[in-house]
Ligand binder design. Structure first.
Ligand code: HEM
Ligand code: HEM
Length: 176
């Protein structure tokens, strides 16, 4: 009996209440960079148009495209750090108030987000540096739309937590 109390106390002590500060910083930094590339891809699009129509681009057009490219590569690097941290420090359990089906849906949405944040930069790099137009089409026409849809669902889920189930999910990804 004393042994089982001891184990429960140990498990209680190691259960995570919140994401770690580096995990929280990385989440919001990544979110800001992803929204930047989603909302302001004009420099890259202009470079793409110039290459398609004239086969060449001006130094300004290349500089504009490089901002999109470097931000996207930055996202890929941050996601790799994030996944390593996640593996090392773990994440808090799903809140008990949440129905099981939603726990499954949010885990699925997070997995898809991580996959997209790897696939977007890789397809972009294949198009920009290696000239694979089909990768560019997947990047700009398919993955972009899926990314918007999953981010929309993700934000909606966070709001349902905050205002309907009134859980601490938003808090543990912000002030902790
Ligand atoms: C715009 C781009 C965004 C991306 C790519 C993104 C991505 C992610 C990912 C991958 C996770 C899973 C973390 C993990 O378990 O390792 C996560 C968690 C979370 N995100 Fe976002 N997110 C974005 C925006 C937002 C916004 C705008 C909000 C707030 C409304 C938000 C609120 C949260 C919360 C509260 C969690 C923690 C969920 C939990 O505790 O299970 N995210 N996000
Ligand atoms: C998560 C990171 C990224 C996001 C969210 C993103 C987002 C976008 C968006 C919204 C567009 C415009 C699509 C349209 O106008 O319909 C675009 C186009 C493009 N992006 Fe990215 N991008 C990312 C990373 C990258 C990287 C790392 C590169 C290259 C190094 C890149 C290269 C391109 C290219 C070449 C296009 C034009 C594709 C075409 O029209 O065929 N992107 N990207």
């Amino acid at each position: 009996m004393p042994l089982s109390i001891g184990i429960n106390q140990i498990i209680g002590a190691i259960t995570l209440e919140s994401f770690s500060i580096p995990q929280r910083i990385l989440h919001w930094l990544t979110a800001a960079l992803v929204l930047f590339n989603l909302l302001l891809p004009d420099g890259m699009n202009e470079w793409k148009r110039a290459i398609r129509h004239t086969g060449t681009a001006t130094a300004d057009q290349v500089a504009g495209a490089n901002i999109h490219a470097y931000v996207g590569i930055g996202i890929l690097l941050l996601v790799i750090v994030r996944l390593l941290l996640r593996h090392k420090s773990g994440v808090p359990d799903a809140p008990a108030e949440e129905p099981a089906i939603f726990t499954f849906a949010s885990k699925l949405a997070h997995a898809i987000l991580y996959l997209l944040l790897i696939a977007m930069p890789l397809t972009g790099m294949a198009a920009y540096y290696l000239g694979y137009n089909s990768a560019g089409n997947i990047h700009a026409d398919v993955l972009k739309v899926i990314l918007w849809a999953v981010i929309g669902t993700h934000v909606l889920g966070a709001l349902v937590h905050q205002f309907y189930w009134k859980t601490n999910v938003l808090r543990r990804m912000t002030i902790g």
